[in-house]
Design a protein around this ligand. Structure first.
Ligand code: ZN
Length: 464
């Protein structure tokens, strides 16, 4: 018995020695990747190239086709393997001329942007008295039929938060407001931009019509124009607005996910899927949303590709082609359903270029040795591992997550993000290169640790 105990203790010690011998190069290489990224990663030149050579690139547009060609050429030039596109189709929405004005005794221009997916107004526009609600809850409390013939306006302000939760909370105002207003009889809908800035640039974004209400035209007011309408209504006289929105849709428009790989040296069929979305809204040049996410993940994978030896598992970078109006995540999950059991991890960078402050891992994996190693490498970046498990990962990877693929969430500082997001101000000058490189450092370290170790992040119940 004592001999057996001694023997097993010796075995444990030997195993511990082996595991720390293995852990050290893993930690060293991950730390070296981190430091290389911090010293100036490949991400910023990628972002500069995309925003300068392509600019805005709404899904379904000619610019998006050029962006796809740019993506293929860029991934090849950076030395990725298996570079290819995966086509799918979407119903593209194309903005036309738009305007809004207050009519009557104090006529004035209003700065607006139509919401993505909005129907156009009749030619010549729609003019009506407004019914203004200071909160979305007030609109929902309005009786059915009470907005007949009116333009409903919601001026509730989005709250600025570090974690971006203010945007999630306000999202129904933009997503569902038009249908809620239409159910109550409104002929058009305006909402205050889901934004935290105080300038005259409106912020667009997609809406969703529900089948139980007529489709009415809808637009976002700039923050200051929403406040202007608040003051006009406070004067106590009826306020009339004329809204003119033009747009059209293109059924079966082509779109593409653009893919490149760092092929694993030992287990190439075990895959890590990371990426950002290549499409953007039309007013800016899609720098923070989401050229940054494309550049961060491409930059991280490029650093790994340049190592003397590729890691054991394959790292795949995807430039998703239609996130803002949906389509790319669904297309990817559908095309890769059979492969999903072999995808060992996924995640999307889609929260701008400001620093990451926390990492959420799949449930129950934070104490695995490889993840402890990762936590140590991330600590100097001021990133902590959250004890709450990851859940979302990004709209383009949620389809994979629903197929059981483990996901991580890197939480970025979103304090500034909604000053810019979906507006004409989403341009390259808003990106701070060292902050973006902190993101690249974090992604490179994470992806390398998972690709080089045999860490299994799948919950037991979801193993292939
Ligand atoms: Zn985005």
């Amino acid at each position: 018995m004592r001999l057996a105990l001694a023997a097993s203790a010796a075995l444990v010690l030997a195993a511990a020695a082996t595991s720390s011998a293995n852990a050290q190069p893993l930690a060293d290489t991950a730390a070296a990747l981190r430091d290389k990224a911090l010293a100036g990663s490949p991400a910023y030149p990628v972002l500069e190239s995309l925003t300068t050579e392509i600019g805005a690139r709404p899904a379904g547009s000619a610019a998006q086709r050029r962006a796809m060609e740019w993506g293929v050429a860029k991934l090849k030039a950076l030395g990725f393997q298996n570079v290819h596109t995966e086509p799918f189709t979407i119903t593209a929405w194309v903005r036309g001329p738009e305007s809004a004005e207050v009519t009557g005794v104090n006529p004035q221009h209003l700065a607006i942007l139509g919401l993505g997916g909005s129907v156009p107004t009749p030619a010549g526009g729609v003019e009506a008295e407004i019914a203004l609600f200071h909160t979305y809850a007030d609109l929902l409390a309005a009786p059915m039929g009470s907005l007949k013939g009116k333009i409903a306006v919601v001026t509730e302000a989005m709250v600025r938060t570090q974690d971006g939760s203010g945007y999630g909370a306000a999202n129904p105002i933009r997503r569902s407001g038009a249908s809620e207003a239409a159910k109550r009889g409104a002929v058009a809908y305006l909402c205050r931009s889901l934004a935290t800035n105080e300038n005259r640039l409106p912020h667009t974004g997609a809406l969703d019509y529900t089948p139980d209400a007529p489709k009415i035209p809808a637009a976002a007011l700039s923050v200051v124009d929403a406040e202007q309408l608040d003051r006009m209504v406070a004067l106590g006289k009826p306020v009339r607005v004329k809204l003119s929105l033009d747009s059209h849709t293109v059924p079966n428009a082509p779109a593409w996910n653009v893919v490149g790989e760092v092929v694993g040296r030992e287990k190439p069929d075990q895959i890590i899927v990371i990426g950002g979305h290549l499409d953007s809204w039309d007013p800016g040049t899609g720098a923070i949303d989401d050229g940054a996410g494309v550049a961060i993940t491409v930059g991280a994978a490029k650093l790994i590709n340049d190592l003397p030896a590729h890691p054991k598992r394959t790292v795949r970078v995807v430039m998703f082609g239609s996130e803002e109006m949906d389509g790319s995540g669904e297309a990817y999950a559908k095309a890769h359903a059979a492969e999903a059991p072999h995808i060992v991890l996924t995640g999307e960078s889609d929260e701008g270029a400001d620093p990451i402050w926390s990492l959420a891992l799949p449930k129950g994996t934070a104490d695995l040795p490889a993840m402890k190693t990762l936590a140590n490498v991330l600590a100097p970046l001021k990133i902590f591992v959250d004890r709450a498990p990851s859940r979302f990962g990004g709209s383009d990877v949620v389809g994979l997550v629903m197929q059981g693929v483990p996901v991580i969430d890197y939480h970025q500082d979103a304090t500034r993000y909604f000053d810019i997001h979906h507006s004409a101000d989403d341009t390259l000058d808003k990106v701070d290169r060292p902050k973006m490189d902190q993101n690249v450092a974090a992604w490179a370290a994470l992806v390398y640790v998972v690709a080089e170790s045999d860490v299994d992040l799948r919950p037991a119940a979801a193993k292939p």
